[in-house]
Design a protein around this ligand. Sequence first.
Ligand SMILES: [Fe+2]
Length: 246
Amino acid sequence: MLKILDQAYLDMDPYLDLEDLPRVDQAVAESFDLIKQNSWQRVIDLSGETVNCTWSSKQRGALTPKSVFSLEVQEQVLAPMWILNLTEDRNTPKVNCYDSLKTPPQEWENIVFRNDLSPSWKPFIEWVQNIKVFSTLGRVSIIIGRPGVPVFYHRDSGEYDESFTSHPHRQEFIWVRLSEDKRIFILDSDLTPHRISSKAAFFNHHNWHGSHESYPKWTFSCKIEGIFSEAFRRKSGLDKNHQYGE
Ligand SMILES: [Fe+2]
């Protein structure tokens, strides 16, 4: 496992105002038309096997929610999670993993909150904008877990073991649990799951992470990307690392 300060993850709870974290249920409920099925990342289960997911749906011509649904029904595959981006990236070409050292300032400026969101998102967006650990805020996305479907293990780069080469980077973000009982794990190199027990965390998203568990209801978490401020890096000890990973 690629660790952060010798741990599976950095507990971010002490640095965030989690008492005032707004609920997002109503806002998500009003956002169906903006949600995308995740249909590009290859995902695995705890045995390391590729799950029968929709990762190849684009190559198979399924580009819309309607056609991904059709693929799911006809081929018995599934999109393991749905994603709602609260921001839009106006960069061309699109960046997959933003890096505090490598992504130029003008590219960060091109990531903005989208203007077609329901007003119900306002309290949550204000909460995000008040987070103190970033010097620059980046992409903000809501990860929507579907009832009965685990948010299977994936790398955020989408890479699979055959194509993955570990490399140092400074890709910084906070993962926040929005549904109280949603559990997420980071896999060790022997696929042992390490549960994130804090409500918010920073970890190396080049590790396999996700879950083998499902719930009989919709669950939510969010990923807030950005550039950690130097003050936060010093306070948390992250300044000991110029980059993360090997
Ligand atoms: Fe992820």
